[in-house]
Design a protein around this ligand. Structure first.
Ligand code: SAM
Length: 300
């Protein structure tokens, strides 16, 4: 790619006034992604070539300047939303309305699940929660323990809506990673939320996020899911955190809880197949799961 094309790309972004309007969150997220991938990463690649063209530094400086300006618009917005969350006026329906104002009225509905995978909503959630990067793991995982990968935010919204979570529910995310699921579930529903995560560095970040948002009803437990205390829970979520014998052990623990009360188990990813085989769980409201892959089960 020629330097002139790179310059034209960054000036087209810089000149698009819609991107500087606070409400255009999704558009801005796409532009920021474009700056990173098409400009900053590309310039880094071109610099590594044996004969890099002149003018790369100027393009890089301009791209970083425009990125800072756009991030500044988001930062002001996030500061205001965080203040409303801390004040307790942006929970449940109010929080869902806010997300729908920026990402469309279909969010959390069957139609809203047509776009699968990660998108600008995930970038928004990362920004709002202040998550910049995944911390390095500090302890070795057993072979059956699955590495961190987050649930797409759209799937978390579908979970809160489809499971009809309310402030009366006690939600657990088993293998909760950086804590987006318990935090979002709490914000969307008011449910008391727990994350169970074996990696201390992930727990530290999850706790910092919840503290920044002033969420006292979101707790992260740095324990192995095989030994965690689930006695308070009635809704349990697994995004394939482990496989094989560990998954079977943890499902046996949930079965014990199900003997005492009605529970919902929500699952996403490959672990759905094993969970669907459990004869103590019945498939629930899964007509929609074909689109997103999120499956709900109720204790029999
Ligand atoms: C696929 S990620 C899911 C993260 C999060 N639930 C989400 O959906 O965004 C799986 C997580 O489970 C954690 N994990 C794996 N084995 C675990 C265990 N035995 N106990 C607790 N956490 C575990 C991993 O460290 C990782 O963060």
């Amino acid at each position: 790619m020629l330097i002139s094309e790179l310059r034209a790309t960054i000036e087209a972004i810089a000149g698009d006034t819609a991107l500087y309007e606070e409400r255009n969150v999704a558009l801005r997220a796409e532009a920021l992604e474009q700056i990173d991938v098409e400009l900053i990463d590309r310039v880094a690649g071109m610099r590594a070539e044996p004969h890099p063209p002149a003018g790369l530094q100027a393009v890089l400086d301009r791209a970083e300047q425009v990125r800072r300006e756009l991030e500044g618009v988001d930062a002001a917005l996030f500061t205001r939303i965080r203040a409303r969350i801390r004040a307790g006026v942006c929970r449940g329906p109010a929080f869902l309305r806010l997300l729908r104002a920026y990402f469309g009225r279909d969010l959390g509905t069957a139609r809203g699940q047509q776009a699968l995978g990660y998108d600008s909503l995930d970038l928004f959630v990362n920004g709002l929660f202040g998550i910049r990067e995944v911390p390095a793991e500090t302890c070795a995982r057993e072979p059956e323990m699955v590495a961190y990968q987050k649930t797409p935010a759209r799937v978390i919204i579908e979970l809160a809506v489809r499971a009809r979570l309310t402030p009366a529910d006690v939600f657990y995310d088993l293998g909760s990673g950086l804590g987006q699921v318990p935090i979002l579930v709490h914000l969307l529903s008011g449910a008391t939320s727990h994350g169970v995560e074996i990696e201390p560095a992930f727990c530290e970040l999850a706790r910092a996020c919840a503290a920044t948002l002033g969420l006292t009803q979101v707790t992260t437990h740095n324990v192995d899911a095989r030994t965690a205390d689930y006695s308070a829970g009635n809704v349990f979520y697994l995004y394939t955190p482990f496989e094989g014998a560990i998954l079977r052990t943890v499902l046996e623990r949930l079965r014990e809880v199900a003997r005492g009360r009605n529970i919902t188990v929500a699952a996403y990813g490959p672990c759905v197949a094993e969970i669907a085989r459990q004869d103590w769980l019945a498939s629930h409201d899964n007509a929609r799961s074909a689109r997103s892959g999120l499956s709900l089960f109720r204790g029999r």
